[in-house]
Ligand binder design. Structure first.
Ligand code: NAG
Ligand code: NAG
Ligand code: NAG
Ligand code: NAG
Length: 280
């Protein structure tokens, strides 16, 4: 802290610790502790660090006071507090137990105060949503093998267990697909597993029309968390070029040759598969 006396006026330049980065994961799995880290710096000549406090939804859960014994104290541990904390004059890392209430949004605040004469206080807040996000992209099945022209391709898109369960939307050539009436209109969700997690699936029937060269299907799985979490998978179906049927009848080619060409023309090849990860 620097004090300047200028024409009888006190101009007080308060320097204090500054929070440079607050690490709070956007999503937290309630089966394990969330790791939070608060990083801070002080300017040369600043008064020493007085304390670092962690708040969960405005309730203090942890305090680091280097000048006191013991220097660290945890509060309110019964409501799922801090299980461990490692702090020094640059950073303060704590592990916090999370409630088993999916989609709950919890605020975590780090507050850093500097020793007197003016106890300058800075704080920063970030939010964590209790959710088990999808660790893998959804999987599309049924997109391999051969299909007769005019036949329907039945695709199925499924996710691994997550919470909240993902909603699935199909896109064909970039356009969202409406389900057939005989199929359920919504994403199917499995019963909860032993951890309370649910997987999702949704089927899609695609008719490969004539004259199509390439069909791009995409399955997008979005967990309705705050903020939503999305992963998607795409598959390209290449439709083999279909020669005009008169070619066979008009030409004098042998029946085996014709059969080979015909088989090739009605084969739908799996062209490429790729996956994309996106967060909304
Ligand atoms: C903290 O750092 C930022 C950027 O480096 C700066 O603009 C701000 O004035 C600093 N705050 C304090 C209280 O020192
Ligand atoms: C953080 O600081 C603001 C003022 O800068 C204050 O209103 C708020 O109560 C503080 N939050 C906590 C959790 O201390
Ligand atoms: C402990 O935490 C609960 C829930 O977060 C809160 O309602 C309560 O006021 C807290 N108690 C103290 C002493 O901070
Ligand atoms: C789609 O896949 C899921 C998960 O593997 C399965 O339970 C479901 O029966 C399949 N649905 C269809 C129509 O194949």
């Amino acid at each position: 802290m620097t004090v300047l006396l200028v024409f009888g006026l006190f101009i007080v330049i308060v320097t204090a610790h500054n929070i440079t980065y607050l690490e709070v994961p956007q999503y937290g799995d309630p089966r394990r502790d969330a790791a939070l880290v608060c990083h801070y710096v002080s300017e040369r000549g600043d008064p020493p660090l007085h304390s670092v406090k962690w708040y969960r939804d405005n309730n203090e859960i942890f305090r680091f006071t280097p000048g006191q014994q013991p220097p660290t104290r945890a509060f309110n541990s019964s409501a799922g507090g801090v299980s461990s904390g490692v702090c020094n004059e640059h950073s303060c890392a704590v592990s916090v137990a999370l409630p088993r209430k999916f989609n709950t949004r919890i605020s975590f605040t780090c507050e850093v105060s500097t020793e007197g004469p003016r106890f300058a206080v800075v704080n920063q807040t970030k939010y964590l949503t209790v959710a088990v996000t999808l660790k893998e992209d959804p999987v599309i099945t049924g997109a391999s093998g051969t299909v007769q022209v005019g036949e329907d391709v039945l695709l199925n898109c499924s996710t691994k267990a997550a919470m909240p369960p993902a909603n699935i939307v199909w896109y064909v050539d970039g356009k969202p697909e409406r389900s057939d009436p005989w199929m359920s209109d919504n994403t199917e969700v499995s019963p909860a597993d032993e951890h309370g997690l649910r997987s999702s699936w949704r089927a899609l029937r695609v008719r490969v029309g004539a004259g199509r060269a390439l069909l791009e299907v995409r399955c997008e799985a979005t967990q309705p968390s705050k903020p939503p979490y999305t992963r998607s998978t795409s598959t390209g179906l290449m439709v083999a070029r279909s020669p005009h049927l008169s070619m066979y009848t008009a030409s004098g080619s042998s029946s085996t040759e014709a059969a080979v060409v015909l088989a090739g023309s009605i084969t739908v090849h799996m062209f490429f598969t790729y996956s994309a990860l996106s967060k909304l």
